[in-house]
Each structure stands twice: as structure tokens, then as C-alpha cells.
Design a protein around this ligand. Structure first.
Ligand SMILES: C[S@@+](CC[C@H](N)C(=O)[O-])C[C@H]1O[C@@H](n2cnc3c(N)ncnc32)[C@H](O)[C@@H]1O
Length: 188
């Protein structure tokens, strides 16, 4: 499995225990500080089937068709190039691979400017995709069984959400996202 924007590594460490000794859990993060913290946390947790890689989620440092499951918590909304992130997830997933992502998602009626305005006081949400943009982007990247489920409101028309989907088992159908990313965000 692969965690995008793994931070201190907690989700990678928990996943390493779930995939068992024959599986491997990868985390990708762009900051040396977070990678060092994650490695320290993994040592203290006594897990060895983990690898923390330096890189950006817009250019995932793993080969194509190598990952069974991609997870991410509160990171994709921070990217200024979400279309590329979805394409990269599709590239590294094996056919039939799955995603389980926690993210901030906007209701479809909110314009990018309205999302940015809400981000100015809630933080971290200004660049969120809308539900329809997420679904269209995933479909364009070759995902099936797409579900974007709001779990809790974080601002007027903006929600924490669980995003699930399955990569097509037809590799030739891995396509390009068709989303128009909204304005960039701050931090969550
Ligand atoms: C809000 S924290 C979330 C960390 C972790 N997922 C968690 O739930 O605790 C965001 C993390 O994503 C990383 N990050 C943000 N944008 C990134 C990008 N474009 N590529 C790689 N890492 C990124 C940051 O360095 C930070 O560690």
C-alpha cells in the first residue's frame, strides 16, 4: 500500500501491520522533517516492512502498476495540480487496485472563488475539488465504483469526505482526468 503525504507516518505504520510480513507499506512526503519523524516513529513501533520516500504526490517515486491500495489523509486538497495527482495514482495502481482517501470536498454549486473565501477563515480548504470534479477526475483517470461521501461539514458547503474507487482492470483505459482544479489551498 501507499500513503500520499504520509507526514509522521501513523497511517503507514498501522497499514504495515495490516498488510502483514509479506506486504510492504510506503509513505511519500516532500519534507525531510516529516520523513525523519516517520522513520523514527516506525523504529519505535518496531515495524520493518515500511519505506518512507521523499517526493511529491504530483510525481510519485514508484514504478507503474506496483501498488494495491493508495490511501491519503488531508493532503490532495493541498495540491496545486490535482489532475496530475489523480493521474499519478492511476499510474502506480495495479489494475483492480483501490483508493481510500480522506479529503476536503466542496458542494458542486460553490465556485472556486467561494471555496477560496471559505478557506480564508477555516484554513486548508480553499483549493478543494467539488464532489462532481472529484468524480469526473477519477472517472477520467480510469477509476470505477467511485464514491465520494461527505462525513462532516467543515465550512458552509465544504465537507470532510471519504473518497473510494477501484482502478479499472483494463490498463488501456487508464486515461487523463478532466477536472479543472480550484485555487490552491493553505494547510489543514
Ligand atoms: C496535513 S499533513 C497530513 C499528514 C498525514 N497524512 C496525517 O494524516 O497525519 C500534510 C502532509 O502532506 C505533505 N505534503 C503536502 N503536499 C505534498 C505534496 N504535494 N507532495 C508530497 N507531500 C506533500 C506535507 O509535507 C505533510 O506532511
Amino acid at each position: 500500500m501507499l500513503d500520499l503525504g504520509s507526514g509522521g507516518g501513523i497511517d503507514v505504520i498501522l497499514s504495515a501491520k495490516r498488510v502483514g510480513p509479506t506486504g510492504t507499506a510506503y509513505g511519500v512526503d516532500m519534507t525531510d522533517e516529516m520523513l525523519a519523524l516517520a522513520q523514527q516513529n516506525a523504529r519505535e513501533a518496531g515495524v520493518t516492512n515500511v519505506h518512507f520516500l521523499k517526493g511529491v504526490i504530483e510525481q510519485i517515486p514508484l514504478p507503474a502498476d506496483t501498488v494495491d491500495v493508495v490511501i491519503s489523509n488531508c493532503v490532495i486538497n493541498l495540491s496545486t495540480d490535482k489532475a496530475t495527482v489523480l493521474t499519478e495514482i492511476a499510474r502506480v495502481l495495479k489494475p483492480g487496485g483501490r483508493i481510500g482517501i480522506s479529503d476536503v470536498v466542496a458542494e458542486d454549486h460553490l465556485s472556486p472563488d467561494e471555496r477560496a473565501a471559505r478557506g480564508s477563515y477555516v484554513g486548508c480548504i480553499a483549493g478543494a475539488l467539488s464532489k462532481g470534479e472529484y468524480e469526473a477526475g477519477l472517472e477520467g483517470a480510469g477509476f470505477e465504483q467511485i464514491s465520494v461521501e461527505f462525513t462532516h461539514q467543515v465550512a458552509d458547503g465544504m465537507h470532510g469526505a471519504i473518497v473510494k474507487a477501484v482502478m479499472t482492470s483494463e490498463p488501456a483505459q487508464k486515461g487523463l482526468p478532466v477536472i479543472q482544479p480550484a485555487a490552491s489551498a493553505g494547510c489543514c
